[in-house]
Design a protein around this ligand. Structure first.
Ligand code: PLP
Length: 468
């Protein structure tokens, strides 16, 4: 049935869904219960522009600077910048600051698309660092310090490194060891911590440390993904003197809107106040709920819950294939129970918890899993297909300036002009500038024929390649 954005949102909210997806606040209760309900009542009147007294995001001297100072204190940084187009903007600005036009960047091959977009904006050549695959899950894991060293040994002129940590599934790389490799060569380390804005605030054992504490120079945090601000808000932390602030500030105003939303910035301010005043209590509750969930999950036979030392446990990677449910079927089952999840990858469903989740959300999830286990018989487990082709090193030819749409059957040997991204796991299998080969094309064709989503390929099996 056709609906509108507004009606969809109102209907969805009215069903009081359980959210295990972004954003981290999980709905209005979070502000109401922490003393900011009045802001929600007045949000429309907060939608102003740079009137006198309202300061300016791109030359912050007053109230915006005050919020920046709160984040500087919270993350213990040299300087913290508010972002209004998500971590995406911070990633673009960081790369364009750290790498000269036409220069080289060491980047994890599983970077977010914003890092790939920076390549074309800055005419930058990537040197790919390949992440390891998580055994048995078919998802991408850590990037090793040795892999970063290899990239620099082969490309000593590369100026900086960017990698996601935690990655989408919550897997963190050894940032301390990577920072050592990067800094002994006098280069800059950018950590895309979009999924780990909360890590700085956990005191408990069992949570990876934040990149701000491990030697990264620039760290980008999507506050909206796991903490208490609205979608699109993020914070860019500068942690060392190696970064030229004037260049960074210039790049930030290049990539962001000249009309930054005051309601969005206000939610960054609210989140900072909540973290400063009640952060400890809220993080303790969150950690306790996570602990409770992992313990309760152990009692459910057949449930496989990913646990690894490098995993941020706030990401619940759940596998119920023991009962014949692949990830998509499990997602559907959860939806029938009013539970909405973040991501499916093969047999794994990733439930993304946030600061706004309450104990009852975790209980709901456990109840749904228990019910599934008691209502179904165990079957022979089908292992998630290892997406081998994803770790393949394709030849790099440079991002084409002109593109054309052609059949995938004619694309071998041509240069990819638009990322091809199979879901799961949502990481480009071919990026602009890479030379497509038979194996990769065959792989995406198979995925599409299996009715899976392949972003960047039309329903007619056509893709964009460089025009020759
Ligand atoms: C690893 C990673 N980095 C960066 C981003 C971009 O973050 P934002 O949505 O805040 O722009 C995402 C988005 O999901 C992501 O998954």
């Amino acid at each position: 049935m056709k609906t509108s954005i507004k009606d969809f949102l109102i209907n969805h909210g009215a069903q009081r869904p359980v959210s295990f997806h972004m954003p981290g606040h999980k709905g209005s209760d979070f502000y109401k219960e922490n003393g900011y309900g009045e802001f929600l009542n007045n949000i429309m009147d907060c939608d102003i522009t740079e009137i006198p007294g309202a300061d300016n995001l791109f030359q912050a001297e007053d109230i915006i600077l005050e919020t920046m100072e709160k984040y500087r204190k919270l993350y213990e940084t040299r300087k913290s910048y508010l972002l209004v187009n998500g971590s995406s903007g911070g990633i673009l600005a960081s790369i364009l600051t750290a790498v000269s036009k036409g220069g080289k960047l060491v980047m994890a091959r599983n970077c977010h698309k914003s890092a790939f977009n920076a390549l074309s904006l800055g005419d930058i050549t990537p040197v790919y660092a390949f992440p390891e695959t998580v055994e048995g899950y078919g998802i991408l894991g850590k990037v090793s310090p040795e892999e970063i060293a290899r990239c620099f040994d082969e490309n000593p002129e590369a100026e900086a490194v960017i990698l996601p940590s935690p990655n989408y599934y919550g897997i963190c790389s050894d940032i301390k060891a990577i920072a050592e490799e990067v800094h002994k060569r006098g280069k800059i380390l950018i950590v895309d911590q979009a999924h780990g804005a909360h890590l700085k605030f956990f005191d408990e054992e069992g949570f990876p440390k934040a990149a701000e504490e491990l030697g990264a120079d620039l760290v980008i945090n999507s506050i909206h993904k796991t903490l208490g601000s609205f979608t699109q808000t993020a914070v860019l932390n500068v942690c060392s003197d190696a970064v030229d602030l004037a260049t960074l500030e210039d790049k930030l105003q290049v990539v962001e809107s000249s009309s930054p939303s005051y309601p969005l910035m206000a939610t960054l301010d609210i989140n900072a106040d909540i973290m400063l005043e009640k952060g400890k209590e809220l993080m303790n509750n969150w950690a306790e709920n996570i602990k409770w969930f992992y313990e309760a999950a152990e009692t459910i036979e057949g449930l496989v819950l990913m646990r690894r030392p490098e995993l941020d446990p706030t990401k619940l990677n759940i596998d119920m294939s023991a009962y014949g449910f692949d990830g998509n079927q499990l997602e559907e089952y959860f939806m029938e129970k009013g539970i909405f999840i973040e991501l499916v990858a093969g047999n794994v469903v990733m439930c993304m918890t946030g600061i706004g989740n309450k104990r009852c959300d975790f209980e709901c999830l456990i109840d749904a899993l228990k019910e599934l286990a008691s209502a179904h018989k165990k079957v022979e487990t089908s292992k998630t297909e290892q997406p081998q082709a994803l770790t393949k090193r394709l030849q790099w030819k440079g991002v084409p300036s002109k593109k054309e749409l052609i059949s995938i059957n004619d694309a071998a040997g041509r240069v990819c002009a638009m990322s091809i991204i199979p879901y799961p796991p949502g990481i480009p299998i071919a990026c602009p500038g890479e030379v497509l080969d038979e194996e990769v094309l065959e792989y995406v064709k198979k995925r599409k024929l299996a009715q899976e989503k392949v972003i960047g390929m039309t329903g007619n099996f056509e893709i964009y390649v460089g025009r020759e």
